[in-house]
Design a protein around this ligand. Structure first.
Ligand SMILES: [Zn+2]
Length: 254
């Protein structure tokens, strides 16, 4: 049985028998995988508390036939500040679920691991809920880029003409904004304001500090978040079901 060390974020955790927990880990070196944390429900376990949901941990694992086994675990970051804020915890759990849904098993994606630990670290530092909202939105856009679904926001996703401020629509099916002339092509597309397009373009490429400095009305932030949510829901429901999503991700990283 071979063993290995890796860093990981615990993205899912459930009971497994009397004393064990079954964890889904997003690891630095092997992408997403499932592992058993033996005995962690016993109070005397040395691993207890170091493999909680959301924690960033350093692990020593043994490769199992289907599930790997955690031999040693040490805590790198519990993100204790963000755990004080219930809204933030809920948002973080949503992020973990998204990462779980969007990623194939055992596919190394070091950049995604970096994005995940970075967003949790940032959220642990922020004080204002408003900033946390901006960071969460920005993470989702960066995740889309990382997994090969960067939305087209400069040219029309259908005819490639440069977008003007005229009536544009966002099409999840076509993966970006449609110009006024092409808007009817996708009946499920949604109107998108030119300000929302500008903000999306900005946060697609800027780091979190720049994103937090960007000042825009709350209602515009809600529009941006809704557009991304609509796009993500489309990708997860339609594509994941048919496995195209996972295939596309696999194809991209191979
Ligand atoms: Zn067009």
């Amino acid at each position: 049985m071979s063993s290995y060390r890796t860093e990981a974020v615990v993205i899912k955790s459930s009971d497994f028998g009397e004393a064990d927990r079954l964890l889904t880990l997003y690891t630095r070196n092997k992408g997403k995988l499932s592992a058993i944390a033996k005995g962690v429900k016993k109070p005397e376990s040395r691993k207890a508390g170091s493999v909680d949901l959301l924690s960033h941990v350093s692990l020593y694992l043994a490769e199992g036939r289907s599930l790997d086994i955690i031999l040693e675990a040490s805590l790198l970051n519990t993100f204790s500040n963000l755990r004080q804020n219930l809204h933030l915890i809920a948002s973080c759990y949503a992020i973990l679920e998204l990462v779980d849904q969007i990623t194939p098993d055992r596919q190394e994606n070091i950049e995604l691991f970096r994005l995940l630990t970075q967003v949790l670290t940032k959220l642990d530092e922020v004080v204002k809920d408003e900033d946390a909202g901006k960071i969460l939105t920005a993470f989702k856009i960066k995740l889309l880029t990382n997994t090969g679904f960067r939305p087209q926001l400069v040219k029309c996703a259908n005819c490639s003409s440069i977008l003007t401020t005229a009536s544009n629509r966002f099409s999840a099916a076509l993966g970006g904004v449609l110009c006024g002339a092409c808007g009817n092509l996708d009946k499920a597309s949604r109107p998108i304001s030119s300000q929302a397009i500008k903000i999306l373009r900005f946060i697609q490429d800027e780091d979190y500090d720049q994103v937090m400095k960007l000042d825009y009305p709350k209602v515009l932030g809600m529009e941006v978040e809704q557009q991304i949510r609509y796009y993500l829901e489309y990708l997860l429901e339609k594509e994941l079901k048919s496995n195209h999503f996972v295939e596309k991700v696999n194809g991209l990283s191979s």
